[in-house]
Design a protein around this ligand. Structure first.
Ligand SMILES: Nc1ncnc2[nH]cnc12
Ligand SMILES: [Zn+2]
Length: 334
């Protein structure tokens, strides 16, 4: 089958998207106007032109600045629903979203405001778009352990609607070991765990995420290829990697898409998946990530189906839901 048609038809599962990273410039300006927040760019074009990043930190600086326009529950609701509409239009049938409560509570926005807006939109998305979802609370790793513990405490009333905790923000210098105790506490609450590791940080951070944080998935993980023994372990444990190709290129991890290791990860037998990360900032959602990697790396129809099945295997879904989605993938290739 033609790979373009397959990419369009594939029922997609997204496992790595930061809801704050879906804030499109148009919506950023609309929220800014509504909330009386000033933006240091004159218009949408000027803001978009500033999205030229050379590493993770240069992106995060703008990403946190963008968060300043999010103040009311309605903002989080509209942000999330707009993402779900775009995702559903691209054939995403299930999505597992990260949110960064500390980016908001540190600005005086209540945890409840953030959570209620996002979760109201997720319920609406399931009702009106048929898109199922899970929510993952990410701790900002540039902040300290006590702040993460405080955030976990604020999340306690909502833990029945949070599937996992994760770890994001500036990676280098903030190893997973810094959060070993708060992740243990989260697991005691019954939460699963994931962590960004091996995006900019060394393979050792991936080992720490496995051994100390007991993660069920590694977010990014592309630097595992520098360590053969680690690759063998990830293959043997069938540990999923939520890979974000456009993000990796836009943040300078790889000079061009043709240098991206997605195909090598698949060929090594790793459970790699394709995801958008911060689609409003990196030039595309799920379809654009599949299309760009297919074109640059020559992914075959089999590769695309493997990526689709890997994401279903890696999703935080029960066995029945997984079986139903796998049947839909098979249908999409028929
Ligand atoms: N790609 C990324 N890496 C680390 N932290 C993030 N927060 C939002 N996007 C991120
Ligand atoms: Zn990410």
């Amino acid at each position: 089958m033609d790979t373009g048609i397959l990419i369009e038809r594939l029922p997609k599962v997204e496992l790595h998207v930061h809801i704050e990273g879906t804030l499109e410039p148009e919506q950023l300006f609309a929220f800014a106007r509504r909330n009386g927040v000033s933006v240091r760019y004159p218009d949408v074009e000027a803001l978009r032109a500033a999205y030229r990043f050379h590493d993770l930190q240069s992106f995060l600086d703008l990403y946190y600045e963008g968060c300043a326009v999010l103040l009311a529950e309605q903002d989080f609701y509209e942000l999330t629903l707009a993402y779900l509409r775009r995702a559903a239009a691209q054939g995403v049938v299930h999505t597992e979203l990260f949110f960064d409560p500390q980016s908001h509570t540190h600005r005086g926005v209540a945890f409840a405001t953030v959570f209620d807006g996002i979760s109201r939109a997720l319920a609406e998305g399931e009702r009106s778009l048929g898109i199922t979802s899970r929510l993952i609370l990410c701790f900002l790793r540039h902040l300290d352990e006590a702040d993460a513990f405080d955030t976990l405490r604020q999340a306690e009333p909502y833990l029945d609607r949070i599937v996992a905790v994760g770890l994001d923000s500036s990676e280098v210098g903030h190893p997973p070991s810094k959060f070993e105790r708060v992740f243990a506490a989260a697991r005691e609450h019954g939460l699963l765990t994931v962590a960004h590791a091996g995006e900019e940080g060394p393979p050792e951070y991936i080992r720490e995420a496995l051994d100390l944080l007991k993660v069920s998935r590694i977010d990014h993980g592309v630097r595992c290829l520098e360590d053969d023994a680690l690759v063998e372990r990830l293959v043997a444990e069938r540990m999923p990697l939520t890979v974000c190709p456009l993000s990796n290129v836009r943040l300078g991890g790889f000079a061009e898409m043709r240098d991206h290791p997605l195909k090598r990860l698949l060929d090594r037998g790793l459970c790699a998946t394709v995801n958008s990360d911060d689609p409003a900032y990196f030039g595309g959602y799920m379809t654009e990530n599949f299309t760009a990697t297919q074109a640059a790396l020559g992914l075959t129809a089999d590769d695309i189906l493997t990526l689709g099945r890997n994401a279903i295997e890696a999703a935080f879904l029960d066995a029945d839901a997984r079986e139903r989605l796998l049947a839909r993938v098979a249908q999409s290739a028929a």
